[in-house]
Design a protein around this ligand. Structure first.
Ligand code: NIG
Ligand code: FE
Length: 407
């Protein structure tokens, strides 16, 4: 099979050779000028100067004009399988009501559960595809999607089958996560522990046998589940070989400590984390995932990203795209804005939405541009990579390649 050479790009950032954890200065970025990407069978088979990669047996796909090439973006935390809108919650919040107050009075997660339960699997598939295709245009080539608006064995299965079906119909790689522990369903008669027991004993085996997901998430919070209630659930998940991820420290602490205790792959949110949690995370293997879209949607503090990096933690940045707390869903805008408020270098922002995000999903085959990695990359119409964050998401990609094929 003939190899394809794509380029020349004015600049190419490999994002390779940067540690997974800790602060990064822009000097650490490997920038190749007049670069090319050599592709064979959907994988990168060479990265370097365009002229050095040129040879007679390669087919050339020319890139015209200014272009900066970086790895395809990876969104490690979304809830884009849902039905309905929560515009009314947003208006109520802007008039002074809190997220938790709205949840207690008929809005919040339960409102989306009601609407999602009413939707058919086909409707959910259409919604996922529409959102994922929009994200692909903005450069996101891999997206994690959680269930969590079903909250019963059957309704969670409907969501996870919808994610699986959508995945088979589009180019974007969709990584599913079971978030049946999003909140105790309002129609559940019994304790939170009994609900979690029902999910772990009835749903977990089906997730395995139907290969629906290998990831279990839980929302640890006053309005959802306590660390104590979640303990047997996570023990069971671990014993069955699932990876664990946690919605942690969004409004109060406790979640990240539990995440580290269960060796979770990631602890996400962390807006309320104090120095104690930051240091605990930094010493652990758990990736801290900042969700600036939720801070922008709720009008509250950002995740202390600077402190996490300075303590030596691994920081990924994700959109949390969902109808309630994070309706915007624009990963690059949000990461750039987090960078402005938290004083992050370009390298830290870009690492957070590429290879550090890949690590949060345990994907070692993507996130950097190196030989052997999946050929997912994007280009922006500029000749200076600093322009990517500078425009705060308004500089859109002019090229998106998934598995080496231009979309
Ligand atoms: O990540 N915090 C909990 N879950 C989602 C919000 C879901 C919703 O409000 O519908 C989050 O912000
Ligand atoms: Fe979330």
């Amino acid at each position: 099979m003939k190899k394809t050479l794509i380029g020349p790009f004015s600049q190419l950032l490999t994002l390779a050779n940067i540690p997974l954890k800790g602060a990064i200065e822009d000097e650490a970025l490997l920038v190749i000028e007049n670069a090319g990407v050599l592709i064979s069978d959907g994988k990168i088979s060479g990265i370097g100067k365009f002229t050095d990669l040129k040879s007679e047996d390669v087919q050339i796909e020319h890139v015209h004009g200014k272009s900066v090439c970086i790895p395809g973006l990876i969104d490690a935390h979304t809830h884009i399988c849902f039905a309905g809108s929560r515009a009314n919650d947003y208006a109520l919040r802007n008039s002074g009501k809190s997220y938790l107050e709205i949840a207690k009075t008929g809005g919040g997660i339960w409102d989306t559960v009601t609407k999602t339960r009413r939707a058919t699997q086909a409707e959910l598939v259409d919604g996922i595809i529409e959102r994922a295709q929009n994200h692909l245009k903005s450069g996101t080539t891999t997206i994690e999607i959680k269930s969590g608006y079903g909250l019963s064995v059957d309704e969670e299965l409907k969501m996870l089958y919808a994610i699986k079906e959508a995945s088979s119909k589009i180019e974007t790689d969709l990584i599913s996560t079971c978030l049946a522990a999003h909140m105790k369903p309002k129609d559940w008669v019994g304790s939170a522990s009994a609900y979690l027991d029902e999910i772990s004993s009835k749903l977990f085996p089906i997730l395995k046998s139907e290969k629906l997901t290998n990831r279990i998430d839980a929302f640890i919070e006053e309005s959802a589940f306590s660390s104590l209630e979640i303990a047997p659930y996570f023990r069971k998940a671990r014993a069955m070989g699932f990876s664990i991820t946690v919605h942690a420290d969004q409004f109060s602490t406790g979640g990240s400590e539990t995440a580290v205790h269960y060796n979770a792959v990631s602890a996400d949110h962390l807006e309320a984390s104090t120095q104690k949690e930051i240091e605990l995370l930094a010493k652990s293997n758990t990736i801290a995932v900042a969700l600036p879209g939720a801070s922008l949607g709720l009008g509250c503090d950002f995740t202390p990203a600077r402190k996490i990096l300075d303590a030596g933690g691994a920081l990924a940045i994700a959109s949390d795209h969902n109808p309630g707390s994070a309706p915007m869903g624009d990963l690059l805008s949000q990461a750039a804005i987090l960078g402005t408020f938290e004083k992050l270098s370009n390298a830290e922002v870009l690492a957070g939405i590429t290879f550090r995000a890949a690590a949060a999903l345990e994907l070692s085959d993507r996130g950097t541009l190196e030989k052997g990695k999946v050929a997912d990359f994007i280009s922006f119409p500029t000749d200076d990579y600093q322009e990517i964050t500078y425009h705060q998401g308004q500089l859109k990609p002019n090229g998106v390649w998934k598995n080496g094929v231009k979309q």
